[in-house]
Ligand binder design. Structure first.
Ligand code: SF4
Ligand code: SF4
Length: 262
């Protein structure tokens, strides 16, 4: 699931990258949408955390300490993250049940919900603007992508089968300055690489349409992906973004629980 949500938006970088209110642009540009998305994610993250906490409280043990054989337990606030004794404690059992639940039934439900958001994508059509063919990005260099492809990574294999790197960042920036700036902002201090596809014809249409790889057929493969403003799938994104962010927040929170309680 974390791969699916590879939008670069996660709890950590969102909270650390949050800007003071007065610095946020109040417009409908890609830039404005970016800040809105980050603000929404922060709120949604809290909403998701509360909802999970409520679910886990449903099977929290009650009044079990009076019958407990563990000596010298000084834990007063029975919080899910408290350092309970590893054996003989019903609250520790609760923690383990929580992990089983979150990584089992709960995660399966999230995956099913995610699939239904992806299915909705089929209700929208590509307007053939060519923007995604003219400017694509990866956290990997061309050499790294080729290596990954050789090791069996299907996405990388598809990617290097059509995309080639821009010679310079300036060249990439000229193609779509707004999208370029936004992508740069999203990754903050990380390095990203810019690519374009030479299979795009002068008429803006794909010259190998029937044989295009799956990464093209399935684009955009993530409802949280930042898209060029020309892309008609922005309408799909608008429709499902809230739900998708909620699912992503829940997936991030499950990882947090696993790390803390596992
Ligand atoms: S193969 Fe076709 S659809 Fe895919 S990036 Fe190239 S031009 Fe676009
Ligand atoms: S940017 Fe969106 S609308 Fe434009 S060609 Fe790519 S998928 Fe189609």
């Amino acid at each position: 699931m974390s791969n699916f949500f590879s939008s670069g938006l996660n709890g950590n970088n969102l909270f650390s990258a949050a800007k003071p209110a007065e610095e946020k642009p109040k417009d409908s540009s890609l830039n404005g949408q970016y800040y809105d998305l980050k603000d929404n994610y922060q709120q949604i993250f809290v909403e998701a955390a509360e909802s999970i906490r409520k679910d886990l409280d449903e099977f929290k043990p009650k009044d079990v300490c009076k019958d407990c054989s563990v000596k010298d337990c000084k834990i007063e606030k029975k919080d899910i993250f408290a350092p309970y004794p590893p054996a003989g404690c019903k609250y520790r059992e609760w923690q383990m049940q929580a992990i089983t639940y979150l990584t089992g039934d709960y995660k399966n439900k999230l995956q099913a919900a995610l699939q239904s958001l992806m299915d909705k994508r089929n209700e929208y059509e590509c307007n053939k603007c060519g923007a995604c063919c003219k400017l694509a990005v990866s956290e990997y260099s061309y050499a790294q992508l080729k290596q990954r492809a050789l090791k069996g990574d299907k996405f990388s294999e598809d990617f290097v089968s059509v995309f080639v790197p821009y010679e310079t960042e300036d060249e990439a920036k000229k193609v779509n300055p707004e999208y370029f700036e936004l992508l740069n902002k999203l990754v903050e201090d990380s390095k990203i690489y810019y690519y374009h596809c030479p299979k795009l014809g002068d008429d803006n249409l794909c010259t190998i349409y029937e044989q295009r790889p799956n990464i093209c057929k399935n684009f955009p493969h993530n409802p949280l992906k930042l898209l060029p403003s020309e892309c008609s799938f922005n309408a799909w994104k608008d429709e499902v973004a809230h739900q998708a962010m909620l699912l992503k927040a829940k997936a991030d929170i499950i990882n947090y629980y696993k790390e803390k309680l596992g």
